[in-house]
Ligand binder design. Structure first.
Ligand code: FAD
Ligand code: NAP
Length: 340
């Protein structure tokens, strides 16, 4: 185990923001992690667990220790009539885990293909795409408490999953290091093609028989055509959550914007979900650029770094968008990305 000093975090975040971490260490075993925690417990110092850095915006140098998770391993640990139970270490790349499931015909994560980042961060914000969220395939996880170093198991209810939310983003924020996650994957697939773009892409691909392989490929095709590749343009995916608003506000907005897209929520007749990207576009930000900070040309929900933007410049743009949307629509956008 080696703790490095004054390390640039540019290669470790998909926004490509160049800030410096006072200390940096990676761990590939529980022993290594405990050793680092022990060594850094002598002085109180802030700790940041880093996966793929694809949901983080750094706005200043990090005056603590970055712990880069490199725990590896994927194994089938159990099965019953309905499910395969697969345990994946937190440092596994999420899409590699998805590919493992697709190859073995384990169903449930095909709609979540190509989401950047690692397994360990998947429960953090209950990652979701195309009508599926991690909560739909989650069985349990193990996490180490950052101070007392005990390992706790969290089941589905304990995680308090919500839309891009979990207990780890709220009441247990910065308290636990997720070590591994066990998912339950279906033996008989329940295909979810509820998002129109998937149906359209499957038709374009001329798929005759639906399969998890075909859905995964359709999702990969859509994502690569629409989303900026962080290796080419720095970004952290959708910068904002899609807001939910009261029906009364929707009716008021419809008077001036009759085509506003909205989606009904499960078990909630009083509110609807609005596409944040549409709101931002209506405020004129799609394709907006100031210096190297901008709003993507194809998807206004994605803020981008065209090269040398500082984290504060991206944050300024975020705040400008929030205030513009608020004054035009009376809707308060909330950032999805973790700002440090
Ligand atoms: P990081 O950015 O490294 O960390 C995110 C947060 O989790 C940080 O607060 C970090 O401290 C914490 N954390 C990370 N690992 C652990 C751990 N082991 N224990 C405790 N805390 C931890 N998200 C979606 O939900 N759906 C999408 O469709 C989607 N598409 C995206 C597309 C693009 C192009 C990009 C760049 C991002 C996208 N995202 C999407 C966001 C991002 O990929 C996910 O949030 C992903 O889960 C982040 O994983 P990570 O390993 O990169 O996390
Ligand atoms: P899109 O299809 O252009 O749709 C815009 C928004 O409308 C989506 O965010 C989605 O909300 C909602 N929506 C669309 N069809 C819906 C339906 N049939 N039922 C309910 N809600 C619907 O979106 P996109 O930007 O191309 O993204 C496609 C999917 O990938 C979405 O699920 C999105 O969340 C996910 N994605 C997430 C990120 C991220 O960083 N978090 C980045 C890229 C893509 P939901 O977001 O609630 O699904």
């Amino acid at each position: 185990m080696k703790v490095k000093q004054n390390i640039s975090l540019k290669p470790y975040n998909t926004f490509n923001i160049n800030v410096v971490a006072k200390k940096f260490a990676s761990f590939s075993s529980l022993d290594e992690l405990n050793e680092i925690l022990e060594a850094s417990s002598k002085q109180p110092i802030e700790k940041l667990i880093l996966g793929g850095g694809s949901n983080i915006l750094f706005t200043k140098n990090f005056d603590g220790i970055v712990l880069k998770n490199e725990l590896k391993g994927i194994e089938l640990i159990n099965e019953d009539d309905e499910y395969y139970y697969v345990k994946a270490a937190a440092g596994e790349v999420w899409h590699n885990f998805v590919q493992y499931c697709i190859e073995k015909n384990y169903a449930g994560v095909e709609n979540l293909s190509l989401i950047p980042g690692n397994v360990g961060a998947s429960p953090m914000q209950n990652i979701g795409a195309y009508g599926v969220e991690i909560k739909d395939v989650f069985y349990e996880l193990e996490a180490l408490h950052i101070h007392d170093k005990t390992i706790t198991k969290f089941g589905l209810k304990d995680c308090e999953f919500g839309y891009r939310e979990s207990v780890f983003k709220r009441k247990f924020k910065k308290q636990f290091i997720i070590l591994n996650v066990t998912y339950k994957l279906k033996k008989q697939p329940n295909f979810n093609t509820s998002y129109g773009a998937i149906e359209d892409e499957l038709k374009r691909m001329d798929v005759k028989e639906l399969s998890i392989q075909a859905i995964s490929q359709a999702v990969i095709n859509i994502r690569t055509s629409k989303l900026p590749n962080p290796k080419e343009i720095g970004n952290a995916g959708s910068f904002f959550k899609n807001p939910t608003i009261a029906i009364e506000l929707l009716e008021k907005i419809k008077l001036n914007h009759p085509t506003i897209p909205f989606y009904n929520l499960q078990n909630n007749n009083e509110q609807v979900k609005i596409a944040a990207g549409w709101l931002i576009e209506q405020c004129g930000f799609k394709g907006y650029r100031k210096n190297d900070a901008g709003c993507h040309t194809k998807q206004a929900l994605v803020l981008v770094n065209y090269g040398n933007a500082k984290g504060e410049e991206i944050l300024d743009l975020c705040q400008l968008i929030i205030s513009s949307v608020k004054s035009k629509f009376d809707i308060e956008l909330e950032a999805e990305v973790n700002v440090y």
